[in-house]
Ligand binder design. Structure first.
Ligand code: TXA
Ligand code: MG
Length: 335
C-alpha cells in the first residue's frame, strides 16, 4: 500500500477527512502524540488499525471528539464531574473513561462496558474530526515502540501499512493524554499524562492513583487499563531507571564501563560516557516533550546498557516516570 503524505493545511485536512469517512486509516497530529485514526463506528476500519500497529485486540482505543455535543452519543450515565473536567481541561490532553453506548464499535472498547473519550486541542486534529466523524485513535506507532511525536516517527513505523499521514509539526506535549476513569468510585487515574494529578485533584479531590502507574502488574492480573500490562516504549538495549541527584547520577554513570546515559541537559557536559540529554531536569514539560524521540534514538548508541536519569514524580514528571519505568522493564536503581 502507498501511504499518502498529506500537508497539514485545508487540502490535507479535506483529503484526510474523506479517507476517514470512507473507512480509511490515517495518522494525524495531536498535541500529545500522533494518533492512528479511524471511524469509531466502523468495525472494519478499527480492525485495520489494530492490524497495522500489531496491537493486541484486548487493548481498547480512545475516541476523539471535537465538540461536547458528541459526548452523549458515545457515553451514558455521564456524571457531573465529567462536565466539570471537560469545562476545565477540554480541549486538551485528558481522556475520560465513561459507561458506553451502543454507537461505539465493540472492538473500540475491546469488550469492556466503558469507552475512553478525549477532545484534542490540536487545531488540525479538531478540523479533521469536524469534517468527518468521531475518531478512534491509538498512538500511531508499532505496538510496543515509543509513541510518535514527529511525522517521521510515524513513517518509520507504519509507512506502507496505512492510507495516509498528515505531516504536522512536532507534538507540543510529547506524552500521551492523562486517562481517568469516572466509571468507578472513587475516580481513578489510570494513566498519567499531559494533565497532572495535582491539576485533576482541584476538580476531583478523591482521585486515587491506580497501582499499575508505578508498579509492575502481577502476571495475569486484571488491570483497570489494559494498555498498562503490555511492554511499552522499550528500546532494544537494556535500560535502567536511576533515581538520585545530578551529582550522584554523574558519579554513578561515569564509573560504569560500556554504557550510555540518557541524562538531563544540566549534566551533559560532565558525563564521560556517550550520552543524550532529554531536556532540563528542572522542566518536566521539556522532558515530556523530548522523551519519546530520545528513546527512539537510544539503540543508536550500540552499547550494552543505558542508564536513564529519572525525573521527579510530580506534575507531568509522573507521566515521564511512568513511561520510563516501562522502557526500563521496571528496573530501578535508587542512589
Ligand atoms: O494522547 C493520547 O491519548 C493519544 C492520542 C493519539 O490521542 N492516544 C493514545 O492512545 O495514547 P493509546 O491507544 O496508545 O492509549 C490508550 C490507553 C491505553 O492504555 C488503553 O488501555 C486505555 O487508554 N483505554 C482505552 N479505553 C479504555 C477503557 N474503556 N477503559 C480503560 N482504559 C482504556
Ligand atoms: Mg500507545
Amino acid at each position: 500500500m502507498q501511504t499518502e503524505r498529506l500537508s497539514a493545511d485545508a487540502d490535507g485536512i479535506r483529503r484526510a477527512a474523506a479517507l476517514l469517512t470512507a473507512g480509511g486509516i490515517v495518522a494525524i497530529p495531536t498535541e500529545t502524540v500522533y494518533g492512528l485514526a479511524a471511524d469509531a463506528t466502523n468495525e472494519a476500519a478499527i480492525l485495520r488499525v489494530f492490524a497495522a500497529k500489531g496491537r493486541p485486540q484486548d487493548n481498547p482505543l480512545i475516541v476523539h471528539i471535537a465538540d461536547l455535543a458528541d459526548l452523549p452519543r458515545l457515553a451514558k450515565e455521564i456524571p457531573d464531574t465529567a462536565y466539570a473536567l471537560a469545562k476545565r481541561f477540554w480541549p486538551g490532553p485528558l481522556t475520560l473513561v465513561l459507561k458506553r453506548t451502543d454507537a461505539v464499535a465493540d472492538c473500540v472498547s475491546a469488550g469492556l462496558d466503558t469507552v475512553a473519550v478525549r477532545m484534542p486541542s490540536h487545531p488540525v486534529a479538531r478540523e479533521i474530526i469536524r469534517a468527518s466523524v468521531p475518531l478512534a485513535a491509538p498512538s500511531a506507532n508499532t505496538s510496543g515502540a515509543p509513541s510518535p511525536t514527529e511525522a517521521g516517527h510515524v513513517l518509520h513505523d507504519l509507512d506502507g501499512k496505512i492510507d495516509a499521514v498528515v505531516l504536522g509539526d512536532r507534538c507540543t506535549v510529547g506524552v500521551e493524554s492523562t486517562v481517568v476513569s469516572l466509571a468507578v468510585t472513587p475516580p481513578r487515574l489510570l494513566r498519567p499524562g499531559g494533565i497532572s494529578a495535582e491539576q485533576l485533584r482541584e476538580v476531583l479531590p478523591d482521585l486515587v492513583l491506580d497501582q499499575a502507574i508505578l508498579h509492575q502488574p502481577e502476571p495475569h492480573a486484571r488491570v483497570a487499563s489494559p494498555g498498562m500490562k503490555y511492554q511499552h516504549y522499550a528500546p532494544q538495549t537494556k535500560c535502567f531507571l536511576v533515581e538520585g541527584t545530578g551529582e550522584q547520577f554523574i558519579d554513578y554513570v561515569n564509573r560504569k564501563p560500556a554504557c550510555a546515559a540518557l541524562c538531563f541537559s544540566e549534566e551533559a557536559s560532565r558525563l564521560t560516557v556517550p550520552h543524550l540529554d532529554y531536556g532540563r531536569g528542572s522542566s518536566a514539560e521539556e522532558l515530556a516533550q523530548n522523551l519519546f524521540a530520545a528513546l527512539r534514538r537510544a539503540d543508536d548508541f550500540g552499547v550494552a546498557e543505558i542508564y536513564i536519569h529519572a525525573p521527579q514524580k510530580t506534575g507531568v514528571g509522573l507521566a515521564v516516570y511512568n513511561r520510563l519505568i516501562r522502557a526500563a522493564a521496571f528496573q530501578v536503581i535508587s542512589l
